[in-house]
Design a protein around this ligand. Structure first.
Ligand code: SF4
Length: 260
């Protein structure tokens, strides 16, 4: 029986694909982004323990396909009225590619639209498993400028590009690159210029920009881990506008998300 390790199911999400979504967060991620707002999902596919108010709590629960589908179907009316559906996120949902593919396939067979959020930092076989059942890919394009790219995503830039290009070639799938704007990392101008060059090469005309936030900082305390960006200030609205205008000047439609 297919089972997946899930650490959260969030209903009524509006920033994770078209319309109102149910977002299924899958455990496991090969990366360790310093700004990660779900640090409990990093590393191997296994439950983790954190401490809230002195109490130990296990994060991550094994679900059968039927159990997740039962959660998803509760909100079918919202998908129909808003054009929404389900989104697999993480962590990196491609780490559990077989379960993700089985879930997306089952959801699609119910007539519910499907999406994934991914960094694509895995061998191409992973994304190829899910693409036939995925209507929308929100592709996390973080960083291309060296040496920061190596520091942040290791030797995975080739994986990221191959996965991105495979998604673009999937004729039934819409791909939207999403760029987290992290001060001192992804929001640096040389990185943004390299991403723009790559988007031009790929013929991509639309991006989502996700300004840095501090929503995940408490989780690092709960996990008893240091949070390297604790003191990093948010981008100013002027800086965000400047980055937005950089993309539009290059004929790339840029939508800024997550400011509300
Ligand atoms: S890819 Fe996403 S889940 Fe994985 S470490 Fe980076 S921000 Fe966190």
């Amino acid at each position: 029986m297919e089972r997946g390790l899930i650490f959260n199911i969030q209903r009524y999400a509006v920033h994770d694909g078209s319309g109102i979504r149910t977002v299924v967060f899958l455990q496991g991620c090969p990366l360790h982004c310093l700004w990660c707002s779900n640090p409990e999902s990093q590393g191997a596919v296994k439950p983790v323990t954190w401490y809230k108010n002195g109490q130990a709590k296990t994060v991550g629960q094994w679900y059968t396909l039927d159990a997740v589908l039962a959660e998803i179907e509760k909100d079918e009316i919202f998908y129909q009225t808003s054009g929404g559906g389900i989104t697999l996120s993480g962590g990196e949902c491609l780490v559990q590619a077989d379960f993700s593919a089985a879930l997306l396939r089952a959801v699609k067979s119910l007539g519910i639209p499907t999406a994934i959020e991914t960094t694509g930092a895995l061998p191409i076989t992973a994304i190829n498993k899910v693409l036939p059942y995925t209507d929308e890919v929100l592709f996390d394009l973080k960083i291309m400028a060296q040496p920061l790219a190596k520091q942040v995503i290791g030797d995975n830039v080739a994986f990221v590009k191959a996965s991105f290009e495979a998604a673009l070639q999937a004729s039934e799938t819409t791909v939207i690159p999403r760029i987290p704007l992290i001060p001192g990392y992804t929001a640096q101008m040389d990185n943004l210029h390299q991403i723009i060059d790559y988007l031009h090469q790929c013929g991509v005309k639309k991006v989502h920009l996700l300004p840095f936030h501090q929503y995940g900082s408490q989780k690092y305390h709960d996990l008893n881990r240091a949070y390297a960006l604790e003191k990093t200030p948010l981008l100013t609205s002027e800086a965000i506008t400047q980055i937005h205008d950089l993309f539009t000047a290059e004929n790339i439609d840029a939508v800024v998300y997550g400011l509300d």
